[in-house]
Each structure stands twice: as structure tokens, then as C-alpha cells.
Design a protein around this ligand. Structure first.
Ligand code: NAD
Length: 483
């Protein structure tokens, strides 16, 4: 069986422990590869390799680094099908999604930052006729990038690209649930002779490998995407060490539908927002707030569309819903459906695991959940307050604009929201009052990589994207010159 070893200093290396974690295909329930079970020793080795590579990588100009990142992007582009198949096998997401979103976006992440650094600028301040202040932005050194399982290569490259582009050397850890495309990325590095030690990929569990990256005295910054609880643990270790921290955490996002919207379009996008990637995107609209006067009409249309979603083997081009990422996560999502029922929720559709006789032979032991819609719950109950991160959404009626804003803002999270209205004044007014890092108006998940990306409240600290990410991975230095 294929062993996914660490990529350190340009070589593939067995973990010190010589033990491996089983990597399971969530659509079949079968083990299909083995992942290095790394510990502090492996991380130490990676940090040493990165420290050796740093002086040269950081001192070469932006054009040099840009050229290498573009080479990496091109390699993925040329092997897009191989990466897409691996992503689907690892994560259970429909192949159409891996082909059209995950892998193309990984290519874009690399090429975006590879070219952004060619157009960056520094500030200078003429304080008086003989005093000039200017700002140097210098790479930090060795940095840690830790990513989750829901958009594996997409989010892995979203961190690595700006870190490398701004001159740092990286220790990166993908999720132990979805390591395959990160492994393919290390194969890509070797195939194109990417400078050794600049990007090191270490596999393993969060509490072991991840924690070793966070607590290492020589990792100067940690860029983390994952759950809010993990973010708290990481902050408790990294903050007292005065590391720079970027935390992109959980969400409980609202899709807010006013009566004056184009209902057909809003319903279609609310469906996408709720169930794309089986509801396992931090930006998914897991609470749909609907103005009372159109609640019943929306509900009928929405349920009809949910029932038409094609659930099946994710490797099949026609499947719109694939498997939940793991057995443990499947159980977690199902347990929230039980909580919703106990809280008085009415299941409008779904509510169960998909029974094996409804699945193709290959998928009989896979982790599938029926897309589930629930109503009749207070905006303040556990189901509507906690992140479920699965194919479950709730419908909540609201009386007026103020109540919509109150319900949208009433969770501990503040990642994103999507507002549906034809009233421009209302759209701007509501957007300004939502306590989230991102507001979409009459759309969802429309991304421009130049914009700041991140969450308010317990959804995170700091912003990724565009120049924000390049700023995060550099230390500003003010130089004041009197002449
Ligand atoms: P997770 O927090 O369990 O794991 C994320 C990563 O952190 C994994 O690589 C894991 O191995 C590692 N990790 C776990 N414990 C660690 C520790 N103690 N120290 C260092 N690293 C550790 O999250 P997950 O289940 O993989 O992902 C789902 C979560 O990610 C959801 O809450 C979702 O909302 C969030 N997410 C947020 C964004 C965003 O941009 N805000 C994007 C995607 C996912």
C-alpha cells in the first residue's frame, strides 16, 4: 500500500516513529494509503532543513520566487486530473467539484501570489526636506502552515503560496484525514526540482505533528485554518511565545432572504450555500433566515430542490453530493440531527444516514448522509448556535429587517453572510450591521483573491488573501534616514 512519507529538505523521508496512520476513502470505507505518523523529531528535522534553505530563498528577488511558484502551479495544471481524483478519493467530495473548484483554485492560489509579489510596493514618507522614512517588509524565517480537510489542496496552497512568495521557508501539515494532494504537491516539488528545504511537508496528527510545529521555537508564525477549539489551543501555545498568528476558524453562517428578492435565484443559491461539499465549507449557509411573508413559498421550492440533489459515488461525474469526510464526522453530524429533534425541530427532508441499499456496490460502507432540512427551531437553540459542518440546514422565519440582523448576529461565530434583496439601500444597511468578515449580496462564495478573507468573533483572528496575507508573512521595519 502507498506510503505517504514526509517531504523534508527535498527528499521523501520515513517518520522517525516508523509508524503510519491509515488513510480511509470515505466513499468506500476502505483504507487506500498510509500516512506518516510524525512527531517532534520529524518536525525538528524539517525546521533544520528550512533554516538551511532560508538565506538563499529569502535573498533572491521576487522574480526568482515567482518563477518557482509558477512552475509549481503549471505542474498542478498539467496534472489536474490526477490531483482531482486524489482529492475526491481522500475527501469524498464529488469529482465535479474537485475538477472545477478545488484543484483549479490551488493553481490560482500559487499563480496569484507568484504574480502579486511582482506588483507589490513599499511606502516611503518624506518627513522633512532632509528626513526620509521608508518601510522594509522582510520575511519572517521559518513559518508553520496547518490546514483542514474540507478543501484540502485549496486551503493548503492558500497558506503556502503567500508564505513562500514573501520569502519564508515553510513547514506545512495537511489534515491527517486528507493528506493525498499535499503528498502529490511534494511529488510535484521533486519533479520540478523546487529548491530543497524551502517547502517541507510533514504528515501526522494535529495533537502531535501540528502541536510540534506550533511549539517549535524556530517557527516564527503560524497560519492555521480549522476548528475554533483547535484555534484556542494553538493560540494558548503560540501567543505566549509571541508568534504571529493567523486563525481562520469555524462558522455558522446565515443566508438572509428578504421578500423582495428574486426568489428563484435566491432559492437556487441558498441550496448551493447549504449543501456544496456536503455542507463542509466554512462559508456554507447553515441557517436560512426567511422573511415571514415568503416563508412557505420558499420552503416548498427549497425542499423540492433539495430532494432533486443527486447523491452517489463521488467519483461519478453526475453526483452532486458525495460522502461525509469520516465515520467520526458522520456520527457527529447525525448526533446534531438528534439534538435538533430533541429541541423540537421538524425534519422536512433527510435526517438519516443513507442506507446501503440506496448506494452503489462500491459505496456500501461509505459515510453518506441525506441532505437534511429542519424547521421549527429557535435561533438561539444549540442546533442554531453550534457549528455542525455537514449537510444540515435550518429554516428560520423573521418578521423584519431588525429581527433578521438580530438572528444573523446571535451566534458566537462571525465568518460570512449572504443577503438576498432587490433593495439596494437595505442591502448596504444590512451589510454594515452584520458582524461577519464577509458579506455577499445576491450571491454566495464569489471570491476575488485580492480581498481580505477572514472571520469576526470566534471565527478567527487576522485576514488572509491579497496583500493581507503577504503582510502577515513579513515583518515591517521602519528605516528613518537623516541626510
Ligand atoms: P481541526 O481543527 O480538527 O484540524 C485542522 C488542522 O489542525 C488539521 O491539520 C489538524 O491535524 C490540526 N490540528 C488539530 N489539533 C491540533 C493542535 N493541537 N495543534 C496543531 N494542529 C492541530 O479542523 P478540521 O476538522 O480539520 O476542519 C473543520 C473546521 O475547519 C471547521 O470548524 C471549519 O469551519 C473550519 N474551517 C475554517 C475555514 C476558514 O477559512 N475560516 C476554512 C475551512 C475550514
Amino acid at each position: 500500500m502507498k506510503k505517504l512519507n514526509n517531504y523534508i529538505g527535498g527528499d521523501f523521508i520515513n517518520p522517525f516513529s516508523d509508524t503510519y496512520i491509515e488513510n480511509i476513502n470515505p466513499a468506500t470505507g476502505k483504507i487506500f494509503s498510509l500516512i506518516a505518523d510524525s512527531d517532534q523529531n520529524d518536525v525538528n528535522l524539517a525546521v533544520e532543513a528550512a533554516k538551511v534553505a532560508f538565506p538563499e530563498w529569502s535573498s533572491k528577488g521576487a522574480e526568482f520566487r515567482s518563477k518557482w511558484l509558477l512552475k509549481l502551479a503549471n505542474y498542478i495544471q498539467e496534472n489536474i486530473e490526477k490531483f482531482a481524483q486524489a482529492e475526491t478519493e481522500d475527501n469524498g467530495k464529488p469529482i465535479s467539484l474537485s475538477r472545477s473548484i478545488d484543484i483549479p483554485r490551488a493553481v490560482q492560489n500559487l499563480s496569484f501570489f507568484a504574480t502579486a509579489i511582482l506588483h507589490d510596493k513599499d511606502e516611503a514618507h518624506h518627513t522633512s526636506t532632509n528626513v526620509l522614512n521608508y518601510t522594509l517588509r522582510q520575511p519572517l524565517g521559518v513559518v508553520g502552515c496547518i490546514s483542514p480537510w474540507n478543501l484540502p489542496l485549496y486551503l493548503f496552497t492558500w497558506k503556502i503560496a503567500p508564505a513562500l512568495a514573501s520569502g519564508n521557508c515553510v513547514i506545512a501539515k495537511p489534515s491527517e484525514l486528507t493528506p493525498y494532494t499535499a503528498y502529490l504537491l511534494s511529488e510535484a516539488c521533486q519533479a520540478i526540482n523546487f529548491p530543497a528545504g524551502v517547502l517541507n511537508i510533514v504528515h501526522g496528527y494535529g495533537h502531535k505533528t501540528g502541536a510540534a510545529i506550533v511549539s517549535h521555537t524556530d517557527t516564527k508564525a503560524i497560519s492555521f485554518t480549522g476548528g475554533t477549539q483547535t484555534g484556542k489551543t494553538i493560540a494558548s501555545i503560540a501567543a505566549p511565545m509571541f508568534k504571529k498568528l493567523s486563525l481562520e476558524l469555524g462558522g455558522k453562517n446565515a443566508t438572509i432572504i428578504f421578500a423582495d428578492t428574486n426568489l428563484e435565484e435566491a432559492t437556487q443559491m441558498a441550496l448551493k450555500a447549504a449543501f456544496t461539499n456536503q455542507g463542509q465549507i466554512c462559508l456554507c449557509g447553515s441557517r436560512i433566515l426567511i422573511e415571514e411573508s415568503i416563508y412557505e413559498e420558499f420552503k416548498i421550492k427549497f425542499i423540492e430542490k433539495v430532494n432533486q440533489l443527486r447523491l452517489g459515488d463521488p467519483i461519478n461525474e453526475n453526483s452532486q453530493q458525495g460522502a461525509t469526510v469520516s465515520k467520526t464526522h458522520q456520527e457527529k453530524v447525525i448526533s446534531y440531527i438528534e439534538i435538533a429533534k430533541n429541541e423540537g425541530g421538524k425534519i422536512l427532508t433527510g435526517g438519516n444516514k443513507v442506507s446501503s441499499n440506496q448506494l452503489p456496490e462500491r459505496c456500501k460502507n461509505g459515510f453518506f448522509i441525506q441532505p437534511t432540512v429542519i424547521e421549527n427551531l429557535s435561533a438561539y437553540c444549540k442546533t442554531n448556535q453550534e457549528e455542525i459542518f455537514g449537510a444540515v440546514t435550518t429554516l428560520i422565519p423573521f418578521k423584519n429587517e431588525n429581527e433578521a440582523i438580530e438572528f444573523a448576529n446571535c451566534t458566537p461565530y462571525g465568518l460570512s453572510a449572504s443577503v438576498w434583496t432587490q433593495n439596494l439601500a437595505r442591502a448596504h444597511r444590512v451589510a454594515s450591521k452584520l458582524e461577519t468578515g464577509i458579506v455577499w449580496i445576491n450571491t454566495w462564495l464569489l471570491r476575488d483573491l485580492r480581498t481580505p478573507f477572514g472571520g469576526a468573533k470566534q471565527s478567527g483572528v487576522g485576514r488572509e488573501g491579497g496583500y493581507e496575507a503577504l503582510r502577515f508573512f513579513t515583518e515591517e521595519k521602519n528605516v528613518c534616514l537623516k541626510f
